[in-house]
Design a protein around this ligand. Structure first.
Ligand code: G6P
Length: 368
């Protein structure tokens, strides 16, 4: 155990720091020049992708959050309608299967009972094809799907998923581009995404340099009972993932909201006892997000903002700004995940919880 952890105190921290390599390994062999190789998903993929008219994504836990991010990408880049659902809900309701729809499951383990049951249901209910994005090559999900893209994150030991999540996002971007190539995505746009993907491992490496700063910030959260996470657009699922990480390993109640919904309830909870963490990339929704954050400040809330280098936001009474390197809209969800993982990790270490084996949770939920 200690030998495998190497210099790291916990597997989770090791796995967080392995992300640049895990992402590079997941991209390996899947890009040619300025294109994504559709055959990365299997020999039948080019033909199947050319027929696909809609996408349904189903998963559990952290994998579900990756699926939620992908919905923004699939609709915006590939121009295909996309629905996302947790597997435990999907499998127990009557659904309308869209014509020529691709059913995609996401799973680190490939053995999650609900996700596997949802796949079996989908195969019997008229989907055009099934695709698994998974980290375990010999898993049930991989064996039972028509198409497969393996994330090459390597074994993930920490119960709280980190490198499996960011490599799933990479896999989903590859899938979006491969689908988009047959639909709404131009060659120039494809080349742009491919260039961003090639530069991604180095970007993630740079964000990991924030570790000490975030370890210091963690002190603020240790004695808190609740934390609110805010994001907008494709950062809303990242806020959800940040909240999930914090509750899984530090046992602090954390909730995520799309910042535009603040007025519809959570604003009533804001006081100086509830820290508010916001994810602020430099995108089209920035001004809206800033005015949402003003609402928090005006009520005495303490704000902790993870912001792109170019976001014009200054530290002030009640506002702490943690700068991230300059990035790009498309890969922002991957970049902004990293500091939230580190935050949850350091809060849990300060609280003295069992970081790699949090109480009541299992790495893989193979029974219903
Ligand atoms: C469990 C794990 C989570 C994981 C979820 C889905 O709850 O503790 O970390 O996200 O299962 O697992 P999967 O292997 O399907 O991604």
């Amino acid at each position: 155990d200690a030998a495998e952890r190497g210099e790291y105190r916990h597997f989770m921290l090791k796995e967080i720091f392995e992300q640049p390599r895990a992402i590079a390994d997941t991209l390996e062999g899947r890009l040619v020049g300025t294109r994504v190789l559709p055959e990365s998903f299997g020999n039948l993929a080019p033909e199947i992708f050319s027929r696909v008219k809609a996408v349904t994504l189903v998963a559990c836990g952290t994998s579900y959050h990756a699926a939620l991010v992908a919905r923004y990408w699939i609709e915006a880049l590939a121009g295909l309608p996309c629905t996302v659902e947790v597997a435990s809900e999907y499998r127990y309701r009557k659904q309308v299967v869209p014509a020529e729809a691709l059913f995609v499951t996401l799973s680190q383990s490939g053995e999650t009972a609900d996700t596997l049951a949802a796949l079996r249901l989908a195969k019997a209910s008229g989907f055009a094809a099934t695709l698994a994005i998974c980290n375990v090559p010999e898993s049930s999900l991989v064996r039972e799907s028509d198409l497969v893209l393996l994330t090459h994150a390597g074994p993930e030991i920490g119960v709280a998923s980190t490198k499996a999540f960011t490599t799933q996002l990479v896999a989903l971007l590859l899938m979006t581009v491969a689908l988009g190539h047959e639909n709404a995505l131009s060659d120039t746009a494809e080349a742009h995404v491919v260039a961003l993907l090639r530069a991604l491992p180095a970007k993630v490496e740079a964000v990991l340099d924030l570790d000490d700063r975030i370890a210091a910030l963690a002190e603020v959260f240790v004695d808190k009972q609740h934390t609110l996470f805010l994001g907008r657009g494709e950062q809303y699922p990242i806020a959800m993932e940040g909240a999930l990480k914090l509750k899984e390993i530090s046992y602090i109640h954390a909730e995520a909201y799309p910042a535009g919904e603040l007025k519809h309830g959570p604003l009533a909870l804001i006081d100086e006892q509830m820290p508010v963490v916001a994810v602020a990339p430099n995108n089209a929704l920035l001004e809206k997000l800033k005015s949402n954050l003003e609402e928090v400040r005006a009520r005495g809330g303490q704000l902790y903002v993870f912001a792109d280098l170019h976001v014009p936001m200054v530290e002030d009474e009640g506002v702490t700004v943690i700068r991230l390197p300059e990035t790009d809209d498309l890969i922002d969800p991957i970049i902004f995940t990293i500091p939230l993982q580190l935050l949850a990790y350091h809060v849990a270490v300060l609280k003295g919880t069992d970081v790699d084996q949090p109480r009541n949770l299992a790495k893989s939920v193979t029974v219903e």
